[in-house]
Design a protein around this ligand. Structure first.
Ligand code: NDP
Length: 333
């Protein structure tokens, strides 16, 4: 059974006298850099010269070129998008890695699929928060934390585990629990939920939208019912806390009977076959090759898919309803 590490299993002293370079200041980079600094860790931020530089300075970090940050650091946290990591690693990181350094990833993607092959004399670890960066930061500030995955790919020093656990503690991950995994498992599960689970939720909502609109229900009422109220988010949150079916106790008996009596077989055999195919394409590397080719070709297909999604009438319906509702912020004032 994989270990769940808590605060007591990790020692921040491991990071004393070591400099951590956070490369990238986006979703995860900003959150992890701030949390580590608040945990007393010495952090520098390496970033290309762009608009993020302002945010870095405003947060009180000295921004360095990526190469300089890697040179100065004992631990390098690579927190830039997966699809650019290979090139940045080759050009700006690999030449400055020295024996004894640690290279940390937020996702196992590039190591698992072989786009990055680190030298044998460094530690290679994974610290992957299981939620978005904003929540990694907000939870930490609230005194809580975001659960995370932790893994070791290469333990050249013999101390890779204490290092990754200290990083997990520094970002607040061990306050809730850091789950031991592998680079392969983290990568494949992450891609699976992105490609096999969320598309079904999206397609399910769009199908529901089409059915209901075609039967004459108002767009406002449909969008409110499907997701704009925030109820699905509340249900998912309750699932995480209370369990998939226990959270149903918060709902009426009518709701529970309706859901349970119509649940079985709702997704159908087709869905299982589809999920198995998606998983196979992840595991045999064909998705990774397709995505690499798409990036090589300038992401034309991807942009088309984005445009197609943005043109769906549900977006206009949602904007219309949102315009008539108070924003969440003002509603709480
Ligand atoms: P972001 O897209 O938020 O990263 C943005 C940062 O990367 C910015 O500083 C950006 O600068 C920089 N960047 C982008 N392109 C380049 C480039 N070509 N060269 C150098 N820097 C570049 O990434 P995420 O935080 O979403 O993801 C980082 C890692 O964390 C990934 O491995 C991801 O899988 C993992 N992860 C992400 C989660 C999430 O919630 N998003 C959750 C858990 C793990 P600019 O854009 O200005 O060029």
């Amino acid at each position: 059974m994989p270990v769940v590490y808590k605060d007591g299993d990790a020692n921040l002293e491991v990071l004393r006298d070591r400099t951590v370079a956070v490369i990238g200041y986006g979703n995860q980079g900003r959150a992890q850099a701030l949390n580590l600094r608040d945990s007393g860790v010495s952090v520098i931020v390496g970033n290309i010269r762009d608009s993020y530089r302002d945010a870095i300075a405003e947060d009180g970090f000295a921004a360095a070129e990526i190469e300089d940050a890697v040179r100065q650091a004992d631990i390098v946290m690579l927190l830039i998008p997966d699809e650019v990591q290979g090139a940045v690693y080759r050009d700006s990181i690999a030449p400055h890695l020295r024996s004894g350094k640690t290279l940390d990833f937020g996702s196992g993607y590039n190591i698992h699929f072989g786009y990055i092959i680190p030298p044998k004399d460094i530690d290679v670890v994974l610290l992957g928060p299981r939620t978005v960066g904003v929540e990694v930061r907000d939870a930490f500030v609230r005194g809580s934390g975001a659960p995370a995955d932790v893994a070791v790919w290469q333990d050249a020093s013999g101390a890779a585990w204490p290092t990754v656990l200290a990083l997990a503690k520094g970002i607040g991950g061990t306050r809730i629990g850091a789950l031991e995994t592998t680079f392969a498992e983290e990568t494949e599960l992450d891609l699976f939920s992105e490609q096999a689970f969320w598309p079904v939720i999206l397609d399910c909502m769009l199908t529901a939208y089409d059915v209901l609109i075609s039967r004459g229900y108002s767009k406002d009422a449909v969008v409110m019912e499907l997701f704009a109220s925030g109820e699905p988010a509340d249900i998912f949150r309750d699932m995480a806390t209370h369990g998939m079916f226990d959270q149903m106790k918060n709902h009426s008996l009518t709701s529970r009977y309706g859901a349970l009596s119509r649940r079985q077989g709702a997704a159908g055999e087709n869905l299982r076959r589809r999920m198995e195919t998606v998983l196979e394409q992840i595991r045999d590397g064909s998705f990774a090759r397709e995505w690499a080719a798409e990036n090589e070709a300038g992401c034309e297909r991807f942009q088309g898919l984005v445009r197609e999604a943005e043109a769906h009438p549900i977006n206009a319906a949602h904007h219309h309803l949102r315009g008539r509702l108070a924003s969440t912020t003002s509603a709480h004032k």
